[in-house]
Ligand binder design. Structure first.
Ligand SMILES: Cc1cc2nc3c(=O)[nH]c(=O)nc-3n(C[C@H](O)[C@H](O)[C@H](O)COP(=O)(O)O)c2cc1C
Length: 333
C-alpha cells in the first residue's frame, strides 16, 4: 500500500514538505495546501512559492486547487503545467465556514448539477493539455446518503483517483468516518478509490489494508504530524537502502527534522514572531509524540523570543521520552 501526505493548510507548505522528505521516508506524494485561483489570474506570493520547482526539488508533489469555477481551475492548472506538474487535485472537502459560504470545498457538494457541469468542463480542458485530475472529497454536505448521487457524478469522469474522506461538511473533524459511504465508493466507483481519515496508528493502517485489499493508497494527515515516521515500514526501509533499521521515531530524528523546519521558515518568513507562530502550530501535533509533555508544551507555546523558544524545545527533547507509540489523539474526545 502507498502512503500519501494529506494537504494541511498552514502546516504542510514547501518548507515542511522538504524537511519531512529529507528526514523520513515512505511517502509516495505530498499534496499541497489548496491554491485558490480567482479572476486576478495571479497566484499569491505564498501560492507561487509553494509550487515553484526550485522549492520542491526531488519531492513528489501534487498541487491542490480550490474553486467552483472551471475557467479559474483551468487557468491555475495551465500555470501549474508550465511549472512542470502533470496532475492537479480538486478540493471538495474543505469544511471551513468561509469556504463553504462561497460554494467551494465541501460547500460545492450541495450543488450536484453545478458540480457535474464544472467537472465536465475541467476534464475536457485538462484532456486538451494532457493533465490528470484527482479529486479529494467528503461524502456530503449534511448527510452521508448524499454520496450516492455524488459518486454517480464522479463516475462520469476519468479521474486519476478519488480520495474519499468519509465525513460530511457538518462533521468538520468530529464524529467518526462514515465507512458505509466509503464502502459504496469501494463497490461502485469506476475510478480508483483512495482513503483518508483518522488512521493514526500503524495497526489501524494495517487493519485497514486487510479489510480493503483493493485500496492501493491511504492519505495520512494529522497522524503524520504527531508521528512523522508513521508511513515508514520495513519494506520502505529496505527500498531506501536502510535495511535492518526498524522504522521508529527517535529524539535525534525529531531534533534534526525540527531544526530543518525552523531553518526553512527563518529563511522564508520575515520576523521571528511569524516563524514562532508556524512552529507552535507544528508542536500542537508533534508535542503529543512525547510522554508527559503538557508542561513543556505550555512553555513552548508561551515563548515570545526565538532563543527562549529554542531553549524550551531543547528542554523538551532532553527531558521527555518519546511515547512507545506516538499517536495523534483525535478531536473526538
Ligand atoms: C490544519 C488543517 C489544514 C487542512 N488543510 C487542508 C487543505 O488545504 N486541503 C485539503 O484538502 N484538506 C485539508 N485538511 C484536511 C486533511 O487533508 C485531511 O483530510 C484531514 O485531516 C483528515 O485526515 P487525517 O484524519 O489523516 O488527519 C486540513 C486539515 C487540517 C487539520
Amino acid at each position: 500500500m502507498d502512503y500519501l501526505f494529506a494537504p494541511m493548510e498552514g502546516i504542510t507548505g514547501y518548507v515542511f514538505r522538504n524537511a519531512h522528505h529529507r528526514h523520513f521516508h515512505g511517502i509516495k506524494a505530498y499534496y499541497t495546501p489548496f491554491i485558490s485561483p480567482n479572476q486576478t489570474r495571479k497566484f499569491t506570493p505564498r501560492e507561487l512559492n509553494d509550487v515553484r520547482p526550485e522549492h520542491n526539488e526531488g519531492v513528489p508533489v501534487i498541487p491542490q486547487i480550490l474553486t467552483n469555477k472551471a475557467d479559474d481551475f483551468l487557468w491555475a492548472a495551465g500555470r501549474l503545467k508550465e511549472l512542470g506538474y502533470t496532475e492537479v487535485n480538486l478540493n471538495l472537502g474543505c469544511p471551513s465556514g468561509t469556504v463553504v459560504a462561497k460554494k467551494r470545498g465541501s460547500g460545492f457538494l450541495e450543488y450536484p448539477m453545478e458540480l457535474d457541469e464544472f467537472l465536465y468542463q475541467v476534464c475536457d480542458g485538462l484532456a486538451k493539455v494532457g493533465m490528470e485530475l484527482s479529486v479529494k472529497t467528503r461524502v456530503g454536505k449534511e448527510k452521508p446518503e448524499e454520496f450516492e448521487e455524488l459518486l454517480s457524478i464522479y463516475n462520469r469522469y476519468p479521474l486519476k483517483n478519488l480520495i474519499v474522506h468519509p465525513r460530511v461538511q457538518t462533521d468538520y473533524y468530529k464524529n467518526h468516518p462514515h465507512m458505509e459511504a466509503f464502502e459504496l465508493a469501494v463497490r461502485e466507483s469506476r475510478n480508483p478509490v483512495l482513503y483518508n481519515g483518522d488512521l493514526f496508528r500503524r495497526a489501524e493502517i494495517e487493519a485497514f489494508g486487510q479489510k480493503y485489499p483493493g485500496i492501493s493508497a491511504v492519505m495520512l494527515g494529522r497522524g503524520l504530524l504527531t508521528n512523522p515516521a508513521l508511513a515508514e515500514t520495513k519494506a520502505s526501509c529496505i527500498a531506501e537502502e536502510k535495511a535492518g533499521s526498524v522504522p521508529q521515531l527517535t529524539v535525534e530524528r525529531i531534533r534534526a527534522f525540527h531544526a530543518d523546519v525552523l531553518e526553512g521558515y527563518r529563511k522564508a518568513i520575515p520576523g521571528d514572531k511569524n516563524v514562532l507562530f508556524k512552529m507552535k502550530e507544528l508542536w500542537t501535533y508533534l508535542g503529543e509524540a512525547f510522554e508527559d509533555s503538557a508542561k513543556p508544551m505550555k512553555k513552548i507555546r508561551k515563548a515570545q523570543r526565538m532563543e527562549e523558544y529554542q531553549a524550551e524545545v531543547e528542554s523538551l527533547l532532553i527531558e521527555k521520552q518519546i511515547r512507545s507509540e506516538p499517536v495523534f489523539s483525535g478531536w473526538n474526545k
